[in-house]
Design a binder for this molecule. Sequence first.
Ligand code: C2O
Ligand code: CU
Length: 474
Amino acid sequence: MPLTRRKFLADGTAAMAGIGAASLPFAPYEILAATTNDGFLELTAGETRKRLVSDQHPASTLWTYEGSNPGPQIRARRNERNRVRLTNRLPEPTSIHWHGIRIENSMDGVPGLTQDAVLPGQSFDYDFVVPDTGTYWYHAHTRTWNQVARGLYGVLIVEDDEEIFDRKHDMVLVLDDWRLGQDGKLDVLSLGSAVDWSHEGRIGNLLTVNGRQPREYELNASEPYRLRLINASNARSFEIDPKSFGAKVIAFDGQATPGAQDLAYSPMLLGPAQRVDLVVIPRPGRNFSLNELSDGQNYPLARFRVAGDKRPASENISLVPNPIPEPDIESASTFRLHMKGGAMGGQIGDATYNGQPLRGDDFVNFRQFWTLNGTASLPEKPFFRVGRNQSVIIEVFNDTNFLHAMHAHGHHFRVIERVGIDIDEGMPWRDTFMIGPGQTTRIAFVADNPGKWLFHCHMLEHAAAGMTTWFEVL
Ligand code: C2O
Ligand code: CU
């Protein structure tokens, strides 16, 4: 059963261009980061001119890593140490968060909690081990709503010593949603719009895949392909139907499902920051496309032309699970989180911000429209504090009229219960879960990673407008 349906493309002025006729041999973006003499991958954040729509349209000024959107694809090995040098050539401070990585706290990239933001002209060296294989991404985590909307993100793939799919059968598709103005350029004036912050976040009118217009790819019949879908948009949830072309799920948010699974319901929602890995075995003569279906539309994100007529290969593909500790539900401590606020009749009630009560015009002046347990934005005291290796259940109640995508830093959790709805995917490991209006969801994990970790909505305007808290593992 779908979590919820939502209305979409509210902007109406969909500037989406059609798909070009040329079909490409399978061509994922493969820009790998360059390495310095001292062994660091370089990620320089700076301004880049880029045409988002077509050569006939004006260029926009994006913010990128190494001049590309998405930023360089980093391919790492499980348990390998990664050194990345971030250099800031932006007009404002920045930092990088390695989304979904069970990382050492000091490398998590959250200014005010785990590091100081990197000032313009300065550098910061990230040095961390990646314990789990899978599909991850990295993105700016300072004024995130602004920096990610302008293009500051890239892909991080962690490989096992032996991978089932070779590079020709391993396809990364980063989905993004941009808002262009009348002039066809990235609309920067509306960044920070109070309407976006109090409603469903910044929804755009141009979809890109790997930073460009959707296009056609050529696949060989009967060979299994891995499609790694990553939603890098600020606030859009994509509604996709992988079942329509026979794809099965092999991972959510980087973590293997037990075997290749049929989706329990379809279409499915892919929320901001979420990933899903699919396996698809193209049938001879059966071209197909991956479409964004929200709001009754049918917009092709990628078209696949199937070449050859070989007979099918085996469908029995499963990834090796990562060693994430199982929470002990019996002994777990439960912490409740009450989400409030937003427009459309959401009642925020008594709210605290920076230790002061919010009243009257404060909501608009400080652009704080949402609370978690009555506090807008980071509370001084953590949402909870637990000893290391304690099993934890977080019970989240969405008392707003909007869909949210809640993300925990530093840990993966199992979604153990959605009140009133079966979890058809079988309690998957995730780092980001969707929660619809009026729903209650319980997640469980072992708090085994010491430090201070954010827990926030990954609709980036919601996070900035109050929906951010933190917990501490001692
Ligand atoms: Cu990908 Cu705190 O976020
Ligand atoms: Cu939200």
